[in-house]
Design a protein around this ligand. Structure first.
Ligand SMILES: [Zn+2]
Ligand SMILES: [Zn+2]
Length: 291
């Protein structure tokens, strides 16, 4: 490396050629995981590649966009930052968008091995299975506060907003459910978070009478309206999943008559427009009912 490159590297200025496929492919993959050093992740190459992918996509240069995401997917596991499954699966979406369906299937299969159904990395999911003592040591306290969602399932409603003891040894707060040590939540797929709580120092986030609240009976205290809202949200999510599958099928098998974006598809479906009827008919002719 020349002195100029060295200076660029120290200053965090990109020293890679992101304007050609060869240039992007030449970016080296780190040999080991980067340590978190309170640095600005926006200067990390995997982050720059993701931004660049967005730019290229907007400019219609899908091949370059895809190359950026391929490289970024290779580098992300070594990042100090924990990227989400959705950051990785973006590559699959881009490949489909570019009608590179076979490659999309290959990349998806690779990622499906890496992440479980909850979007957690399989190796992290295994790591979550820690003992109460290990977790308390990491948190610096035996107590955790569970956050509270206005729209939640009946099971989580029994538990949310309380402070729990990991070990169960606290005389003030109840023991956290065992599921926490398996799923990191109340059940598989639970989206609640748990934060360290320091008795006497932390201010409870949701309930001032936190000791009393934490020890209330474990019952679903949602109002009728909250239950209805939750049921609606579940239905809406199922509907969206179905629509997305149908849309992706149309995009792959009906070619140009499929709208360019999923939001466009949903608009035409919801208004049941003449074009949507046309799409339904074409789908049905190929054996799929998207109505
Ligand atoms: Zn739940
Ligand atoms: Zn939950």
């Amino acid at each position: 490396m020349g002195i100029a490159d060295k200076i660029k590297e120290i200053l965090g200025i990109q020293k890679y050629d992101l304007t050609t496929i060869e240039g992007i492919r030449a970016i080296p993959i780190p040999k080991k995981k980067k340590k978190y050093q309170n640095h600005d992740i926006r200067k990390d190459i995997e982050y720059i590649l993701q931004r660049k992918a967005t730019e290229y996509k907007r400019a219609g240069q899908m091949d370059l966009a895809i190359e950026c995401l391929k490289k970024s997917n290779e580098i992300m596991p070594y990042s100090a930052y924990m990227y989400m499954a959705s950051d990785y699966y973006r590559l699959v979406d881009f490949l489909k968008k570019a009608r590179r369906f076979d490659e999309a299937r290959v990349e998806k299969a690779k990622l499906d091995l890496m992440f479980n159904a909850n979007g957690l990395r399989n190796d992290d999911a295994n790591r979550i299975r820690k003992t109460p003592q290990q977790l308390a040591r990491e948190f610096g306290t035996d107590l955790v506060e569970m956050d509270e969602h206005p729209c939640t399932c009946g099971e989580c409603a029994k538990y949310q907003g309380r402070v729990f003891s990991l070990s169960g040894k606290s005389t003030k707060f109840p023991k956290i459910p065992d599921a926490f040590f398996i799923y990191g939540g109340i059940h598989e797929g639970c989206s609640h978070s748990f934060f360290p709580y320091f008795d006497g120092e932390s201010k409870p986030t949701y309930h001032r009478n936190i000791v009393e609240y934490s020890n209330r009976p474990f019952v679903d205290n949602r109002t009728k309206a909250q239950k209805a809202e939750y049921e609606q949200a579940v239905e809406a999510a199922a509907e969206e999943t179905k629509d997305r599958e149908n849309y992706e099928w149309c995009w792959e098998y009906l070619g140009d008559i499929a709208p360019k974006s999923f939001s466009g598809y949903r608009r035409m479906k919801n208004s049941n427009s003449a074009n949507f009827q046309k799409l339904c008919k074409a789908a049905l002719e190929k054996g799929r009912d998207i109505q």
